[in-house]
Write a protein that binds this ligand. Structure first.
Ligand code: ZN
Length: 366
């Protein structure tokens, strides 16, 4: 059945759409799929991480507008549609003890309010597939964790005529995926870099991988052809991304050769999956999706949609035996922020983290 397919990617900040699953979205756009990126926040609390742009008063005066412009450019490069959910960046709390989150930020908004906003966008765009982050947010930034919470709530509410009745006609997306960097991808690229005598940017990640639960990465989308598009989109976030930095440290040819896919975790599916999957729309293309997504899904006692498949979160890893999930450790958090998410890096955090960074014998990503 030839019908329009629609994919919605929910992200926390502008630039996340270009670092997580971007090549997949560009590939689907090229195939004629309608793709909508939703940014939950405006990234107002990001810092300028590109050395060449630091101290630029025009940028510093209105970073919010600059980031809007960067996002528009990135969306154009990826070929996606884009919308802001309209909430305010929570920033990254730092210090010991951690300071409270700033009033009015995304992570502190009532979940009903944020969920309604996303439900409204889902009912307008009517995606068949939704993507978001896993329950740890992919990494433990408050906005990323909240993005997960809100996406899950909206996935379960969007098709419910009694939920947010003023937010549009019910619409039930059929699948929900978590984006993420699989440990296998990191190791494969890391090993290939070393084998070719190159310096791997993933040393810390490989070391830290023992503290990260192995996720059930069950879907692999071939999209190597679109890796350069992904990089161009990332570069469009010029204030947030150092063009000489971490994100671009692996030669394109090597990435395309040794790990040609982006990896996804199918988390909820109303259709029976057949693993491993290579297409986010697997099992959906043959359905009459307009009718299927309009149909009110069955619900369990908790009000959650009854699904044919749900992934099981891995048990928390507690390598140091302190009773705290290592994925949520503050020390790890700073590592992750500097390595994965440049845009939340803070100058003042470098000093505080120096001992930790030295212990890894590696440099900050920015
Ligand atoms: Zn982010």
């Amino acid at each position: 059945m030839s019908q329009e397919l629609r994919l919605m990617a929910v992200h926390a900040h502008p630039d996340d759409e270009s670092s997580k699953g971007a090549a997949t979205t560009a590939k689907y756009v090229a195939e004629g799929v309608q793709v909508m990126v939703v940014s939950c926040t405006g990234g107002e609390r990001g810092d300028i991480l590109n050395e060449a742009l630091k101290g630029n008063t025009r940028i510093e005066r209105d970073l919010t507008q600059v980031r809007r412009d960067e996002m528009a450019r990135a969306a154009e490069i990826l070929g996606v549609q884009h919308t802001w959910l309209g909430f305010v960046d929570s920033g990254l709390p730092e210090g010991d003890p951690l300071p409270p989150l700033p009033p009015g930020c995304f992570a502190l908004e009532p979940v009903d309010v944020t969920t309604e906003a996303l439900v409204r966008v889902i009912r307008e765009f009517r995606p068949h597939v939704l993507t978001t982050y896993d329950e740890n947010g992919g990494y433990p930034h408050p906005d990323h964790i909240m993005t997960h919470v809100v996406s899950m709530a909206a996935f379960h509410a969007a098709g419910d005529p009694t939920a947010y009745p003023h937010a549009g006609q019910p619409w039930q997306p059929q699948k929900l995926y978590y984006s993420g960097w699989s440990i296998k991808r990191i190791r494969t690229i890391h090993d290939a870099m070393l084998a070719e005598g190159l310096e791997s940017p993933y040393e810390d990640w490989v070391t830290g991988a023992r503290n990260r639960p192995e996720r059930d990465v069950n879907t692999h989308v071939e999209c190597a052809e679109f890796f350069p598009v992904r990089d161009d989109a990332l570069r469009a976030h010029a204030t947030q991304v150092d063009p000489e930095g971490f994100w671009f440290a692996v030669p394109m040819e090597l990435q395309q050769r040794v790990h040609a896919t982006e990896d996804w975790e199918l988390a909820r599916s109303l259709v029976e999956p057949s693993f491993p999957e290579s297409d986010l729309f697997a099992g959906l293309r043959e359905l009459d999706l307009e009718a299927v997504c309009r149909q009110e899904p069955a619900r369990d006692a908790d009000g959650e949609v009854v699904v044919a498949y749900r992934s099981v979160p891995p048990p928390p890893v507690d390598a140091d035996g302190d009773g705290i999930d290592d994925a949520r450790q503050t020390d790890d958090l700073h590592d992750e922020i500097t390595e994965v998410e440049g845009h939340h890096d803070r100058d003042q955090s470098h000093e505080a983290d120096e001992a930790h960074v030295d212990a890894h014998g590696d440099e900050q990503a920015s």
